[in-house]
Design a protein around this ligand. Structure first.
Ligand code: SAH
Ligand code: SF4
Ligand code: F3S
Length: 452
């Protein structure tokens, strides 16, 4: 019987994509994906530590598999991803969850294959001899890293969208953020490797390619050739023939250049859709966060984007309750949200991360943060609803991405601007473009019908 695998993924799209590489490695070793009800032979936890909640969720679930391991001692358990790169976490896992067999960091998932083979071999030897302990891998930065993309097999899981990494790590050290500590410094992939991967995705029938990086706008900064930059990468991707769309995330406002805006506006494939995290509306808080842009600069970018692409859909990330955020500062976030009118915003309560500068500052009571986020969500919901209503009656090109979970006989997909639309259809429609007339809007969701 085939050996089965399960991968539990937490965190951002980068982790989602890295889980596709984990799936590729496991399938090359002869494993197949376990169904919901199946008992797996290997379980991989691809963890996140951006906020306390993400970390606790992963640790809780690692705790839960103890019972399965008791039932099936041959089960292999691996913990990878950002959480394992934090100071001392690999040791905590070893001590608190001794049944975990493999711990790998963010830059050495390519080593998963050899680590699994070692575990299997040591277990066979254990059967023969006796007292060998399970092997837990010591965290090692940044081993075998360059192999990750160019040689690691991958099993894509999100047809018709394909994720393509262009840059790893982050150099920015925003004072609240753990990412630079767990993902190391920026490292760009070769432009030719990225272009080859995009071409292959298009040739394989993918209809949307999303270029990934913590700060895609820094792409190429670590490569001597000055022609290797994000605007030029977009230009080259746009030259690829075929009916496909391109999106990218995440953009840092301090690095979003006029050149990138011009390429987006004049392109064939690049969606008029941008995720541009603001984090906070007050210049004082932005400074304390080390974001290195001002409210005024950000608003200027929004004006440039809208003048170059009047149909652009702009989304953002906003954090409330940063240690130095006063009521007046928070009001500045609210006023910025009113001014920009995002089509959607991801809102977060600031969560202190050990080892970051902001975690050492005096903190705001949780109840205050909670009250602020509720006000912010209410405001954004009302804006999203208003923007949704503007779509009614219009016809938009939508890429059908999936069946619409809750609604039988319905499918869903996105407009170029990034809005989710649900419409009647079947699984055969997935991966095809349709002109959809919007007939109804319910806050963030749009409903429509195919135009013939
Ligand atoms: N590289 C991206 C963000 C990656 S993390 C950027 O610079 O915009 C995704 C989002 O998580 C961030 O935009 C931020 O809003 C949020 N975030 C990061 N650290 C956080 C923390 N300590 N507490 C709460 N939210 C956080
Ligand atoms: Fe974190 Fe800032 Fe880097 Fe984004 S740019 S990953 S928020 S340090
Ligand atoms: Fe989480 Fe790591 Fe992404 S901390 S948000 S999985 S980069």
């Amino acid at each position: 019987m085939a050996k089965l695998y399960k991968i539990n993924t937490y965190g951002c799209q980068m982790n989602v994509h890295e889980s596709e590489k984990v799936a590729g490695i496991l399938e090359a070793l002869g494993y197949t994906q376990a169904g919901e009800e199946d008992k797996a032979d290997i379980i991989v936890f691809n963890t996140c530590c951006i906020r306390d909640t993400a970390e606790r969720r992963a640790l809780g679930n690692i705790g839960v598999v103890k019972a399965q391991k008791k039932e099936n001692p041959d089960l292999i358990i691996a913990v990878i991803g950002c959480m394992t790169q934090q100071e001392g976490v690999a040791d905590t896992i070893k001590n608190r969850y001794p049944y975990v067999d493999i711990v790998l960091g963010t830059r050495n998932i390519a080593m998963l294959k050899t680590e699994i083979e070692k575990v299997i071999k040591s277990r066979e030897e254990k059967k023969k001899k006796s007292d060998k302990k399970y092997r837990c891998f010591d965290r090692s930065l940044p081993a075998d890293y360059l192999d990750i993309d160019e040689k690691t097999p991958q099993t894509r899981t999100s047809f018709p969208n394909a994720w393509v990494n262009i840059i790893y790590g982050c150099n920015n050290f925003c004072t609240y953020c753990i990412v630079p500590y767990v993902r190391d410094r920026e490292l760009s992939r070769d432009m030719s490797s990225v272009l080859d991967e995009v071409k292959k995705c298009v040739a394989d029938g993918y209809k949307e390619v999303t270029l990934l990086g913590q700060n895609v706008n820094s792409y190429g900064n670590d490569i001597a050739d000055e022609n290797v930059n994000f605007a030029n990468l977009l230009r080259e991707v746009d030259k690829i023939d075929g009916d496909f769309r391109v999106r990218f995330m995440t953009s840092h406002p301090k690095d979003l250049s006029d050149d990138v805006i011009a390429v987006m506006a004049n392109s064939r494939h690049i969606c008029h859709n941008l995720h541009l995290p603001i984090q906070a509306g007050s210049n004082k808080v932005l400074k304390d966060m080390n974001r290195r842009y001002t409210r005024e600069h950000y608003l200027e970018l929004i004006a440039k984007l809208r003048s170059a692409m009047p149909d652009i859909g702009i989304t953002t990330d906003i954090m409330v309750g940063f240690p130095t955020e006063t009521e007046e500062d928070f009001e500045e976030t609210m006023s910025l949200v009113r001014e920009v009118r995002y089509s959607n915003a991801f809102t977060f309560i600031y969560s202190p991360r050990k080892g970051t500068p902001a975690a050492k500052m005096e903190q705001i009571p949780y109840a205050v943060k909670q009250a602020r986020i509720e006000r912010l969500i209410e405001l954004q919901n009302s804006i999203t609803k208003e923007i949704s209503t503007d779509y009614i009656g219009g016809v938009y090109r939508v890429l059908c991405e999936d069946k619409a979970g809750k609604h039988k006989g319905m499918v869903c997909g996105r407009t170029e601007s990034g809005r989710l639309v649900t419409f009647p259809g079947s699984a055969d429609d997935i991966g095809k473009f349709f002109d959809i007339k919007i007939t109804e809007a319910k806050s963030a969701s749009l409903f429509g019908e195919k135009q013939v």
